[in-house]
Design a protein around this ligand. Structure first.
Ligand SMILES: Cc1cc2nc3c(=O)[nH]c(=O)nc-3n(C[C@H](O)[C@H](O)[C@H](O)COP(=O)(O)OP(=O)(O)OC[C@H]3O[C@@H](n4cnc5c(N)ncnc54)[C@H](O)[C@@H]3O)c2cc1C
Length: 589
């Protein structure tokens, strides 16, 4: 409750507003450089969307790749970006990112609690573009033992419940494979049983999981590092307005549980409130598919309501309006919620927004529109699939589709929030999330899809799957498609394309997908030092933006996985050096 007494004051060197990767990366670096740092978080738990994410960061030429013998000159990723971004390629900012990314990784792994695993086998999204990488351009946070956070473990936002098993995060790659094979291979069963038993013990002892992976491990590693270096994280403390001292931003007013606090920041204020995924007015303005602002169901953190962009504008900052796409699009299904999960709640009420990141490329799933017709390469990135849906949807029609598969598929891979066997299908059928038909015609009728169209599509798709070639959409042609597929299973079944398998044995299932995102791309315009720019392109003294509050260095394009967290981590590192007056090239290593 707000106090009625006069606001108290506090000072620091750097005030960070928002506790995702964009905020914490700058906070840890600045604390390491000797600055006094306060991180203000609006919600009761820190971590934002970052804590729900895969934790992958696109950082070409990173030290883990180099140590594995993957060496490339800066010109190659730069050229890839130039080809991908076209007229939105900003060489100065792109170079700042590519130059400092490897330094950022080296800094964190040598000086902090955050460690990484490599992405040396992960290709860029668009293998046909010149200089696309075939691996070695990304890193992920290494698993982290949450017990190292002590009492602050309970302030860490848990992973998104529906993407976990009983609240336990599952890492992509080998670990996910073990979970899918748990009923089929003894070694996988053993692996999963051990993890689940440890998780149940954690629930008893700690009231939450402590085997942290993916984005949860990233936030935990950053938070541990910040606390080790003397920084502070204040939860339930939203920033309400910026303070100015003549032409300089000098701090902000926070509403803390103890009342209003005026925080003066000697070196700067960094806005990292995670963009505008839940700001209806900004969505209405910047997302053409959301004419009222409501037709976009982002999977991003519910606290990300565009505060950073508004705070920046109040000091003269400008929101970029010329991006190729203002959000990082993703197919989302709407999961009915019968109760509030402890992991973020639903202040707007309504369903949970489930992002479909894993199953689309697996053999035996197709996406169809209301005519029952495929419209894109389902194995492409989440962003490209939704761009494909937008392009294929006639004007005046709602862009929505159905992910459809057969019984074998859903029991092995699951479908959206529906988990694989032995987890039951019944509750999902009962709450209407999952549609089922004994025949394709029955499924079509349950979904309101054209039955003849769906039958013809599946017949053709099955023929293409047996041929191993998607003559319609090129599914399985790029390295990115193939790594998202399942070569082990298709090879075992004598199929040539790791992304295609026939849909043949009923009952058949479908889940509806709608327009959503992993976050937003349009944000405050900044220079290569992460300083917010005014209408004359001049830096506003004392004001920085990062993460999704910064207009994306990718110009609204999506060339590779990890292109939000990689730049967020890197520009945080750059901004902290700028504020400390230190040289990122030499100061730390
Ligand atoms: C399921 C999923 C998987 C993803 N996987 C990846 C991936 O592997 N790689 C990748 O690059 N991207 C991924 N993304 C996208 C990525 O997570 C986000 O783009 C990124 O986390 C944004 O970081 P951020 O620091 O800008 O915002 P956030 O991490 O969302 O943090 C912003 C914080 O600011 C707080 N805040 C808001 N307003 C205020 C205020 N007024 N005062 C104080 N605090 C405030 C919010 O509550 C929030 O905690 C994924 C997203 C999802 C949903």
């Amino acid at each position: 409750m707000a106090s009625t007494t006069a606001p108290s004051t506090m000072d620091c060197d750097l005030l960070v507003i928002g506790s995702g990767a964009g905020g914490l990366s700058a906070a840890v670096t600045a604390a390491h450089l000797g600055l006094k740092v306060i991180v203000a978080e609006k919600e009761a738990q820190y971590g934002g969307t970052t804590a729900w994410s895969g934790g992958w960061m696109w950082v070409p030429r990173n030290p883990l790749a180099v140590e594995a013998g993957i060496q490339e000159a800066i010109d190659r990723p730069l050229s890839y970006l130039q080809h991908e971004l076209g007229e939105r390629f900003d060489e100065t900012r792109a170079r700042a990112f590519l130059d400092n990314g490897p330094r950022m990784v080296e800094f964190f792994r040598s000086q902090t609690a955050l460690q990484f695993i490599d992405g040396n086998a992960i290709p860029d999204f668009h293998g046909h573009t010149p200089d696309a990488g075939t691996g070695g351009r990304s890193v992920c946070a290494a698993p982290f033992d949450g017990r190292r956070l002590g009492a602050r473990l309970h302030d860490l936002k848990p992973p998104l419940h529906e993407t976990t098993l009983w609240g336990m995060g599952i890492a992509s790659g080998a670990e996910l494979r073990h979970f899918l094979n748990a009923l089929h291979q003894r070694a996988s069963f053993g692996y999963v049983a051990k993890k689940v038993l440890r998780h149940w013990r954690d629930l008893v002892l700690h009231r939450r999981g402590t085997q942290l992976v993916n984005g949860n491990a990233l936030v935990a590693g950053l938070a541990r590092s910040l606390l080790d270096k003397g920084g502070e994280i204040w939860v339930s403390s939203p920033a309400k307005r910026l303070l100015k001292d003549r032409d300089r931003v000098s701090g902000a007013v926070l509403h803390t549980p103890q009342g209003a606090v005026h925080v003066q920041a000697r070196r700067g204020v960094l806005l990292a409130c995670g963009g505008f995924p839940h700001d209806a007015a900004r969505k209405r303005e910047l997302l053409p598919h959301a004419p009222t602002g409501r037709e976009h169901w982002s999977a991003g953190n519910r606290g990300n309501t565009g505060d950073g962009l508004r705070l920046g504008e109040s000091a003269g900052g400008q929101v970029g309006r010329d991006l190729a796409q203002a959000a990082a699009l993703a197919p989302v299904s709407l999961v009915p919620r019968t109760r509030q999960h402890p992991d973020g709640g639903t202040p707007e009420g309504g369903p949970m927004h489930f992002p479909h990141l894993i199953e689309r490329a697996k053999p035996g799933l197709i996406a169809v529109n209301r005519r029952g017709v495929r419209f894109t390469n389902e194995a492409n990135s989440y962003h490209d699939v939704m761009q494909g849906l937008l392009a294929a949807t006639p004007a005046g029609e709602t862009p929505e589709a159905w992910l459809q598969c057969d019984h074998d598929f859903i029991r092995y891979y699951g479908l959206g929030a529906v988990k694989p066997a032995p987890m039951p299908l019944g509750p999902w059928l009962a709450n209407g999330y999952l549609k089922r038909g004994q025949t394709l015609a029955e499924l079509a009728s349950a979904c309101g899809v054209d039955a003849a169209g769906l039958q013809a599509t599946v017949t053709r798709y099955n023929r293409l799957a047996l041929d191993g070639q998607d003559k319609d959409f090129g599914r399985g042609e790029t390295a990115y498609n193939r790594i998202q597929g399942d070569a082990l299973r298709t090879t075992a079944r004598g199929l040539a394309n790791p992304c295609m398998g026939p849909i043949e044995r009923g009952p058949f299932y479908a889940v509806k997908i709608v327009m959503g995102s992993l976050g937003t791309f349009a944000g405050l315009r900044t220079n290569e030092r992460a300083q917010v720019l005014d209408e004359r392109d001049q830096p506003i003294h004392g004001l920085y933006a990062n993460g999704n509050d910064m207009s994306s260095v990718m110009g609204g394009h999506y060339p590779a996985g990890g292109i939000t967290l990689g730049p967020a981590m890197t520009f945080g590192f750059i901004a902290a050096h700028d504020m400390a007056g230190a040289d990122p090239d030499t100061a730390l290593l």
